[in-house]
Design a protein around this ligand. Structure first.
Ligand SMILES: [Zn+2]
Length: 326
């Protein structure tokens, strides 16, 4: 075995609907991947079992045993205690936010060292190291999905503040504005989060506004307005979907533009479920919506679509495994 082949690391991205696993070689190339659904029922142990099974599947594709990995990184939603390896408050997972001892649980099942970090943080880190911002020193990642997550890299270092930095979704874009899921008012997420947009769409639909959003949802056997459903409705020129997405883009322009005024980063990367699904045309629209809010408007940052796609989160999680000798 060559030295680069010998040092393989695993990465796991734990989402509300799916778990993505990757195996990276010593040159940080993806050599194998696997995807399993996230368990809908049970408790913390079921989540850990599913993570281990997805990782084992990816290792099998790579022709190795899980024990051959130099380590595995996990990107998880919820509040992360990286030192203890525990996740709490991940309300989209079985157990309704109960503490999940992920690092200890995964280590017990796989016999390999495990590391954990916030899912958005690792996804943004991957774009910085290997993706759309790999030539930049500073980066703001905008993860547009159910909520609006953020990640900040300054001079090559992830800025975590006191542990709660980059909560871009809760930057205020309208004083006294729409109610946010966090209980406050006027947050960016209250306008641009897919969860908030769905609530708004349901309200307006119940009050008689016409839309195909819920018809498309039912046809696909879904219970939530996932990104693909919004994309489909937009393609068909659905009036309500268009109106709500326009409102989201406008709010993103204000929120991201303000964040750029504060940080003056070289690059803004738009990712997340909805950002990735809607892609370049909407990245361009966000770029345009930011422009009137930029204080130094003759020198806007590069605004780019995330380049690593769906496995980006798992790739970023794999980067959590310390290099040999480090
Ligand atoms: Zn909020």
């Amino acid at each position: 075995m060559s030295p680069t082949r010998r040092r393989l690391v695993g990465g796991l991205d734990l989402g509300g609907t799916k778990i993505q696993a990757v195996v990276l070689d010593g040159r940080r190339n993806v050599v194998a991947g696997a995807r399993h659904p996230t368990p809908r029922e049970g408790g913390p142990q079921d989540v850990i079992d599913a993570l281990a099974a997805t990782l084992a599947d990816a290792c099998e594709q790579a022709g190795i045993d899980v024990r051959d990995l130099a380590g595995v990184g996990i990107g998880s939603p919820g509040a992360i205690d990286a030192r203890r390896g525990v996740v709490t408050g991940a309300r989209n997972l079985p157990g309704e936010g109960a503490p999940i001892k992920m690092v200890a649980g995964l280590r017990a099942l796989t016999g390999t060292d495990a590391y954990i970090e916030n899912d958005v943080t690792v996804g943004v880190r991957a774009e910085y190291e290997l993706g759309a911002a790999r030539r930049s020193k500073s980066l703001l990642g905008v993860w547009w999905g159910t909520g609006v997550g953020g990640g900040i890299v300054l001079n090559g270092k992830t800025w975590e503040g006191r542990g709660a930095a980059a909560e871009l979704g809760h930057v205020v874009v309208k004083i006294g504005g729409a109610r946010c899921t966090c209980g406050r008012n006027g947050c960016l997420e209250a306008y641009a989060g897919r969860g908030a947009m769905e609530i708004r769409a349901r309200e307006l639909h119940e009050r008689g506004r016409k839309t195909d959003l819920f018809k498309i949802m039912e046809k696909r056997g879904r219970t939530r307005l996932q990104s693909g459903i919004w994309a489909r409705a937009l393609d068909h020129g659905d009036e309500l979907a268009t109106e709500l997405i326009d409102r989201a883009v406008k709010a993103l322009g204000a929120g991201v533009g303000s964040a750029v005024n504060l940080l003056d980063v070289e690059t803004v990367v738009i990712g997340g479920g909805l950002g990735t699904r809607l892609g370049e045309p909407y990245v361009e629209r966000i770029r345009e919506a930011m422009q009137p809010h930029l204080f130094v408007d003759e020198r806007p940052p590069d605004v780019r679509a995330a380049a690593l796609g769906d496995p980006g989160g798992a790739i970023g999680a794999a980067l959590l495994v310390p290099k040999a000798g480090a």
